[in-house]
Design a protein around this ligand. Sequence first.
Ligand SMILES: Cc1cn([C@H]2C[C@H](O)[C@@H](COP(=O)(O)OP(=O)(O)O[C@H]3O[C@H](C)C(=O)[C@H](O)[C@H]3O)O2)c(=O)[nH]c1=O
Length: 331
Amino acid sequence: MMSTAANSPGTYLVTGCAGFIANRVASLLLEAGHRVVGVDNVNDYYDTSLKEHRLKKLESDRFSFHRIDIEDQEALAGLFDGDAFDAVFNLAARAGVRYSMENPHIYLTTNSLGSLNLLHQMRRTGVGKYVLASTSSLYAGQPMPFSESLPVNTPISPYAASKKGAEVMAYSHHHLYQIDVSICRYFTVYGPAGRPDMSIFRFIRWIDDGVPIQLFGDGEQSRDFTYVDDIARGTILAAKPVGYEIINLGGGGTPVSLNTLIGMLEDRLGKKAIIEYLPFHQADMMTTSADITKAGELLGWKPEVSLEQGLDESVSWYQTNKPWSEKIVLP
Ligand SMILES: Cc1cn([C@H]2C[C@H](O)[C@@H](COP(=O)(O)OP(=O)(O)O[C@H]3O[C@H](C)C(=O)[C@H](O)[C@H]3O)O2)c(=O)[nH]c1=O
């Protein structure tokens, strides 16, 4: 359970609450009766109408929203002075793997420096629990299934490198200031209101519109896709005191290739995909596969939503929200 006494309502800071995963985390915390202070800079990396759509779902008298950038130390100081947080869920991030080659500086400033800013405020105001969103992208070059004990010293994208920075800065704050840290390493997350820079959102749109899918490589790369509600649930479970732990949150089954995924989406949309083959991207991993033993032992967590069910939900969200979401320009 949470870092407060089980079942007693707490106050939680959730960064990136207009984003895909943080929005679900905030939503589940509110459903459980907690108070949530949400921050997001609502940047325009992708269409902000999707972020507004997600934010609307959080409306509640126990939710307050602050349009703040975690790079802004002064704004964060005001926030931490105004509330006593039971824990900080830092899910604000620049998260695109491939775009991080085009604009690496913002990855360092948001993901590494922004994370340090939060740790600094926690230390200053005595907040004891930090949950950080990290990534399976750190396991590049390691043997599968990826376990948390593997060395992750060869990140192949600035994105992964910036998350490594965030992880190790959290470690030093744990060591020096006894901040209790849970690092959640997510494996390719998908679901309703997903990110339009990611494969599943784009493939659904492209198949439905009869537009060619831009496929990097031959489609035989595979992912341990994980449904957003499972991820949000695991992230909240990770808010219990652990000392300092890195925890994989991933599907934990057999990785699914993009070719198989495309077939599953074709079945659901009743349309055939047209495919435009592009070169495999050098910042991409070929396969990801999570060892989720630790999440089971430490948190009692395992994913509950199969890829079949999760894709049903994703396609159903697409169809229901198409009247406004079809205007979202894909980044
Ligand atoms: C968007 C897109 C992707 N792809 C390929 C590239 C990859 O080989 C594969 C999956 O890409 P996607 O962007 O869906 O997910 P990952 O590259 O695994 O990265 C995601 O999962 C990790 C864990 C994070 O930490 C990232 O934040 C998150 O973006 O599809 C295409 O072929 N065409 C496309 O238009």
